[in-house]
Design a binder for this molecule. Structure first.
Ligand SMILES: Nc1ncnc2c1ncn2[C@@H]1O[C@H](COP(=O)(O)OP(=O)(O)OP(=O)(O)O)[C@@H](O)[C@H]1O
Length: 410
């Protein structure tokens, strides 16, 4: 950052009023010259400052534009192969291994070195150098040593809890049972059903029960965030799990990487395809009796590529449906456990009135009822609060969210 130049000294002359006229005139002329001189220096400085302001404005505009591009578009991942003169580099794009000679944005030019992983835009100009923070791996995985969800927090899907415990918990906690009987436990478990029904909770509860590390990755992140990184991220995911055994890998929205092959052969499809192949090859080389269990979830069972359901892959399917009447009552009780509930609250009636609600919807209902109590300056939640909360939710969501029309909505 350049410092601002110091101001010229203010011209000053003591002119004796008793001097003869011609001498006084001479002195005044000199003083005038001094003033003109200072004026010129100040004008130069002003020009300089103006020029600098213009440069800074341009820089701000450029950074803003770069920022906008970074925010608005997907970026591709590439590795820098060679750095040349004139801010030019050769990068190799991940995924298709295409080599390109491209420019580096001046903002990052001096930070780019061969071997760096970088994000490039559609025209291959380097936008960012990936460091630990921006690394896609860090951004797309959620790792929890011990999730705080227990089976007792899950309502209305007892049968599914039992199946998940058998398919995921038991191979981890009692592997000898499978050895003795001489069968392989299921390789992967696929939970499918409408959104907000407790699929993620189920996976977390098993991790909690077995003291396994919970590693979650969303299928959509795998293919959307950093194009070209999908298969590498899948490799990282399994490596991460091996480093932290016992571990539960949970892939949410698996449909994003395992959709039925579409006819069109765009580069996006090819990328999704590669990511899925990597997942399948990781699963195929997987020790079923090992300390890593894999659970995937989807709301779009209809769209899944059947290749992932073959034996040795996701070979145990568990449907997690919307809760029935009794299930809704149980979930209501779970989500009001810590609330100050008035005597007259009729859970039985509320279970009747919440047909088509998922567990997540019921959780919002309980919170909303609590808000009505607070708004009315009460610390006890009454049946009327629940009724008003129901009305509010029905009005807010009349268009799409709560629907019992099946679960293939997004
Ligand atoms: N069966 C349930 N019992 C108790 N709470 C539930 C149940 N299902 C959902 N919830 C509540 O809804 C929230 C969201 O549930 P969860 O994330 O497990 O749903 P999901 O099926 O994985 O949804 P998505 O398909 O949208 O990822 C949970 O944190 C929990 O508070």
């Amino acid at each position: 950052m350049s410092r601002s130049p110091s101001l010229p000294e203010r011209p000053h002359r003591d002119i004796d009023p008793d001097l003869p006229d011609d001498e006084r005139l001479e002195a005044l002329r000199d003083h005038f010259d001094d003033i003109v001189d200072v004026h010129e220096q100040l004008s130069d400085q002003l020009d300089e400052a103006e020029k600098r302001r213009e440069q800074l404005r341009e820089k701000v505009d450029r950074v803003e534009r770069e920022n906008e591009t970074l925010k608005s578009s997907s970026l591709y991942i590439a590795t820098v192969e060679d750095v040349m003169a004139d801010d030019e580099v050769v990068v190799k794009q991940h995924g298709n291994n295409q080599e390109v000679l491209t420019e580096v944005s001046p903002r990052v030019a001096d930070r780019v070195e061969p071997g760096d992983r970088v994000a490039v835009n559609d025209s291959f100009a380097i936008q960012t150098v990936l460091d630990a923070e921006t690394d896609a791996r860090a951004q797309s995985m959620e790792i929890t040593e011990k999730p705080e969800v227990g089976y007792e927090d899950i309502g209305g899907i007892d049968e599914q809890v039992r199946e998940v415990r058998e398919a995921v918990e038991q191979p981890l906690s009692e592997p000898e049972v499978f050895d003795e009987v001489g069968i392989e436990p299921p390789s992967g478990v696929l939970l499918y059903g409408p959104p907000g029904t407790g699929k993620t909770m189920l996976a977390k509860a098993v991790a909690n029960k077995t003291d396994a590390t919970f590693i979650k990755m969303a299928g959509s992140e795998l293919v959307r965030k950093f194009i070209g990184e999908g298969s590498r991220l899948v490799r990282d995911l399994f490596e991460m799990a091996r480093e932290r055994e016992p571990a539960i890998i949970f892939i949410d929205e698996i449909d994003a990487i395992a959709t039925t092959r579409s006819e069109s052969k765009t580069s996006g499809d090819a990328e999704v395809q590669r990511t899925m192949m990597q997942l399948l090859s990781e699963m195929d080389g997987f020790e079923a009796r090992g300390e890593i269990r894999i659970i995937a979830a989807t709301n779009r069972f209809d769209m899944l590529d059947r290749a992932i359901l073959r034996p040795g892959r996701f070979d145990r399917l568990i449907e997690v449906p919307e809760p029935d009447r009794d299930g809704r009552e149980q979930i209501l009780e779970i989500h009001t456990r810590d609330m100050n509930i008035a005597d007259g609250v009729d859970f039985d009636a509320l279970a009747d009135d919440t047909e088509g609600y998922s567990g997540a919807d019921i959780e919002s209902l309980a919170t909303e009822a609590g808000m009505f109590a607070i708004r009315n300056e009460r610390n006890e939640v009454t049946h009327q609060d629940f009724v008003e909360a129901l009305e509010k939710i029905e009005n807010d969501d009349s268009s799409d969210v709560i629907s019992s029309a099946g679960y293939f909505y997004q």
